[in-house]
Design a protein around this ligand. Structure first.
Ligand code: ADE
Length: 230
């Protein structure tokens, strides 16, 4: 799977995508992430990428020409399944959207900045607008990093048995159960007896019950989906 990320701040994305599971996915040849500095497509001597809003108002808007030039160049090199724009007014990212995106081959992500991108870029190119939550970040880069991480780890072969995504929170519309490691007693608190029993069936049952309990109390909205079999 390949991500091409268009950004005015490539430095912001370098570290989060070059460690741990993302790095392993790249090393295994399962994931490619290419950063494109929009400034290289900027206009004039100052490589301008933004301008004032028509109609007035505070904040700059990303001009269409540099974005279009970068997108067209990428599109001339390979077909893309999706052109994503990270924006607070997009659809909310959730596990089921991540699952669906992990089946795609080539995705462009446009990181918004300032007041966002000129609306005509959204109309002409963008196929999916994604928000990572109801709050406003100072740019789309961190949202893009979240997206690549959440989707990249689902690509078959990226995770091994130990880190398998099958038991993640949300994967079956339930939150994950509590987990414990050694020591069996710490600070006066013990590990639930059943986890030390060696009885896989009982352990599975206990984990399932805990997942249900957690989901009901912490995320009634997610519990509703589970009950409805969504
Ligand atoms: N850009 C700024 N805020 C964002 C958010 N919440 N999600 C995605 N992109 C963003």
């Amino acid at each position: 799977m390949r991500f091409d990320i268009i950004t005015v701040l490539p430095e912001l994305l370098e570290s989060p995508l070059n460690h741990s599971i993302m790095q392993r996915a790249k090393d295994k040849g399962l994931l490619e992430v290419h950063l494109h500095n929009l400034r290289e497509y900027g206009l004039g001597r100052h490589r301008q990428v933004d301008d004032y809003q028509f109609g007035g108002g505070a904040g700059m808007v990303m001009r269409p020409e540099p974005l279009a030039a970068c997108i067209e160049k990428l599109k001339s090199e390979r077909p893309y399944d999706e052109i994503v724009y990270t924006t607070p007014d997009g659809v909310r990212l959730d596990q089921s959207l991540c699952n669906r995106l992990s089946l795609r081959e080539n995705i462009i992500i446009i990181c918004g900045h300032y007041k966002g991108v000129d609306e005509r870029i959204r109309q002409k190119y963008v196929t999916l607008e994604i928000s990572i939550g109801d709050y406003v970040l100072s740019g789309g880069e961190l949202a893009a990093a979240v997206l690549v991480d959440a989707v990249g780890r689902l690509i078959p072969g990226v995770l091994n048995d130990e880190t398998s995504a099958l038991f993640d929170s949300f994967q079956d519309n339930l939150l994950a159960p509590p987990v414990y490691t050694r020591p069996a007693e710490w600070d006066g608190m013990t590990v639930p007896e059943v986890l030390l029993s060696g009885n896989d069936k009982l352990i599975d049952e206990w984990r399932h019950e805990q997942s249900i309990e957690r989901t009901k109390t912490r995320r009634p909205d997610v519990w509703e989906k589970f009950e409805g079999g969504v």
